[in-house]
Design a protein around this ligand. Structure first.
Ligand code: HEM
Length: 154
C-alpha cells in the first residue's frame, strides 16, 4: 500500500457524499416535500436539511482539492503528466466548489433569515435559487464522476 490509496479513498468518499447527497435532496426529497408540505413547513424543512447537509459539503469541498492535488503532485508526476480527464475534473470541480460557496453565503443565508422572520415569499425566492444551483451542481457532479471513472480508458 502506498499513500495513494488513502488519498483516492478519501477523494472518492467525498465525491460520493457530496454528489449522492445532492441526488437524494434534488431527485427524491424535493418532489415529495413539494407535494406534501405547505410553504412554511417546506421552507423550515429545507432550512433544517441544509443546516445538516452543508457541514458535510464543507468537508468534501476542502478534501476533494487537497486529495486531488496530493495525487497529482505526490504520485502522478505533475499537472502536465496527467490525462485530459483529470483536467476536466479539476476545471468542473472548481466550478462546483464556487457554486456551492455562492449557495452557502447568499441564498442559504437569506433562507435562514426568511425562516426566522417567517417571511415565506422571500424564503420561496431563495429556495428557488438554491434549487436551480443545486440542479446545475448535481448535473456537473454526475458528469465529473463519469469522466473521472471512465476518462482513463478514452
Ligand atoms: C477540485 C479539484 C480536483 C482534482 C485536482 C481532482 C483530481 C483527481 C485525481 C488526480 C484523481 C485520480 C485519477 C487517477 O488515478 O486516474 C481523481 C479521481 C477521482 N475524482 Fe477527482 N479531482 C478533483 C475534483 C473532483 C470532484 C469535484 C469530484 C466529484 C464530485 C471528483 C471525483 C473523482 C472520482 C469519482 C475519482 C475516481 C476515479 C477512478 O479512479 O475511477 N473529483 N481526482
Amino acid at each position: 500500500m502506498t499513500l495513494a490509496s488513502p488519498a483516492i479513498a478519501i477523494h472518492v468518499l467525498a465525491a460520493v457524499i457530496w454528489v449522492g447527497g445532492m441526488f437524494f435532496a434534488y431527485q427524491i426529497l424535493r418532489p415529495v416535500a413539494g407535494q406534501q408540505l405547505d410553504a412554511p413547513q417546506r421552507l423550515k424543512l429545507w432550512s433544517g436539511v441544509f443546516r445538516r447537509f452543508f457541514p458535510w459539503v464543507w468537508l468534501c469541498v476542502i478534501l476533494l482539492p487537497i486529495t486531488g492535488y496530493w495525487m497529482i503532485f505526490g504520485f502522478l508526476g505533475s499537472m502536465s503528466a496527467v490525462g485530459m480527464h483529470i483536467h476536466i475534473m479539476q476545471g468542473l470541480g472548481w466550478v462546483m466548489i464556487l457554486l456551492y460557496l455562492h449557495v452557502y453565503f447568499a441564498p442559504f443565508r437569506r433562507l435562514k433569515e426568511a425562516v426566522i422572520t417567517e417571511n415565506w415569499p422571500e424564503g420561496g425566492k431563495q429556495i428557488d435559487q438554491i434549487r436551480l444551483i443545486i440542479g446545475i451542481n448535481l448535473s456537473l457532479g454526475l458528469i465529473v464522476v463519469a469522466v473521472a471513472a471512465g476518462g482513463r480508458y478514452l
